[in-house]
Ligand binder design. Structure first.
Ligand code: MN
Length: 432
């Protein structure tokens, strides 16, 4: 399908719902999620517009959305919607965009329907938006991979020889992916104390997170078929913000030779809103130059970088509000998602509807642009100094992280809302 800019991306479009120009959810965005109200209605698909959720079941009931089956919208997850295919996703976004325009009377002038279909986001609970089929986390920021390599292996080989030839990744656990706002317990595991040759059992003392963007697969591929890098974008429904909570001490002891395991798979948080790839088409930019040139199956036009501003903030139990600790941009990421998907499927591995693949920590070149605490505190050597006098190298109990992402247009932005998560004390039942 074409990936040219669509009529729904027009910066001139206005909704009859007022949306401030620094709001994440203008009519040019229209991200999809699953929400629930406290009035006993079942969970269903909603689209964010300004401070409201637009209830697609209500629109379908009113005959304003065409589908064979209302249960596609009246659903706990978006997976059945994904299964109807990209032309259907696109047509749905187009219809919703038309219904929300300031010159369209069908919804604007129908008081009864408007009251039923537009619900304040304050009055809904957002749920995990799709059933996660598989979860793969890439490692595609060269700056992050180099920083971690320096800390874990030293200056001799910070970037392993394979890194510039393919998107490196590990398979995570779909079962541990949660929606924003889900607090989680500090993990316990095996760690190797400094100057010791034998491990101990401990709650992680180096709990961290990684600022990432996740891609949601909406179109599957068959086992044995490789996805062509030039067609990979057609498999992606949209993007989420992703917090990859990481226990560095557990990770460090376990990761060789087969990669991350229990240091990573206790919890991964995603934003409740999925921003459709279509909504981000105006924000495509060139990615970093790839040198050496990748193998042919990874070669694509260098215009799948995305100009997404990203920020990460921290709130300790003593603080009233989140304080920003990092700001970076997604365009720095070396391997793009088309290359990640082509690589992931090139051996015949089937992609499933609801697969989630994450970018890897997004770090820029400067210290203030690092996307993880282990980089920001340089392995725990230089604590972050917070404005209230507290210091942090890693996350303590009660600490919360908030992530944001948005593409900045002229007088509007296409954003992801907020992603938050808070650390609860460990359930340390084996401790002696
Ligand atoms: Mn990660």
């Amino acid at each position: 399908m074409t990936h040219e800019i669509l009529p729904e991306n027009d910066p001139q479009l206005k909704s009859f719902i007022a949306v401030a120009k620094d709001h994440d959810f203008p009519i040019q965005n229209l991200p999809f999620g699953i929400f629930q109200t406290n009035n006993g209605q079942a969970s269903r698909i909603g689209v964010a517009i300004g401070d409201y959720v637009l209830d697609l079941v209500a629109l379908c009931d009113a005959g304003l959305l065409t589908t064979a089956d209302i249960n596609v919208f009246n659903n706990r997850y978006l997976n059945d919607f994904f299964a109807l295919g990209k032309p259907f996703w696109r047509a749905t976004r187009q219809t919703v965009s038309e219904l929300l325009r300031d010159d369209c009377v069908a919804l604007r002038d129908n008081d009864e329907l408007r009251q039923r279909a537009l619900i304040s986001q304050r009055d809904v609970q957002m749920l995990l938006p799709f059933k996660v089929a598989g979860y793969t986390d890439f490692y595609s920021s060269k700056e992050h991979a180099t920083n971690l390599g320096l800390m874990f292996r030293g200056e001799d080989n910070p970037l392993l020889p394979n890194w510039t030839h393919m998107p490196i990744a590990y398979d995570g656990r779909a079962s541990s992916v949660v929606v924003s706002g889900t607090d989680f317990k500090r993990p316990c595991g095996q760690v190797l104390p400094a100057d010791s040759e034998t491990p101990i059992y401990s709650a992680s003392q180096r709990l961290d997170t990684e600022l990432e963007v996740g891609f949601v697969v909406g179109t599957e591929s068959k086992q044995g078929d490789a996805i062509n890098v030039k067609e990979a974008a057609d498999h992606v429904f949209g993007l989420v913000l992703l917090s990859d909570w990481s226990a560095r001490d557990i990770q460090k002891w376990e990761y060789q030779p087969l990669g991350p395991f229990l240091g990573k798979n206790f919890c991964t948080s995603i934003s409740p809103w999925i921003v459709m790839l279509d909504a981000l088409l105006p924000f495509r930019v060139a990615g970093p130059k790839q040198e050496p040139s990748p193998l042919k199956y990874l070669q694509c036009t260098n215009d799948w970088g995305l100009n997404l501003e990203l920020s990460m903030s921290l709130k300790t139990p003593d603080m009233q509000s989140y304080e920003q600790i990092s700001a970076t941009n997604f365009r720095h990421v070396y391997w793009n998602f088309c290359q990640q998907l082509a690589h992931h499927s090139m051996n015949g591995c089937p992609m499933q509807i609801g697969d989630l693949f994450a970018s890897g920590t997004i770090s820029g070149a400067e210290p203030g642009t690092y996307g993880s605490l282990i980089e920001l505190s340089w392995g725990g050597q230089t604590p972050l100094k917070l404005s209230n006098g507290e210091q942090r190298c890693f996350l303590q109990d009660g600490d919360g992280i908030q992530m944001r992402a948005w593409a900045q247009g002229q007088d509007y932005r296409v954003g992801f809302g907020k992603l938050t998560g808070t650390v609860l004390p460990a359930n340390n039942k084996y401790e002696v």
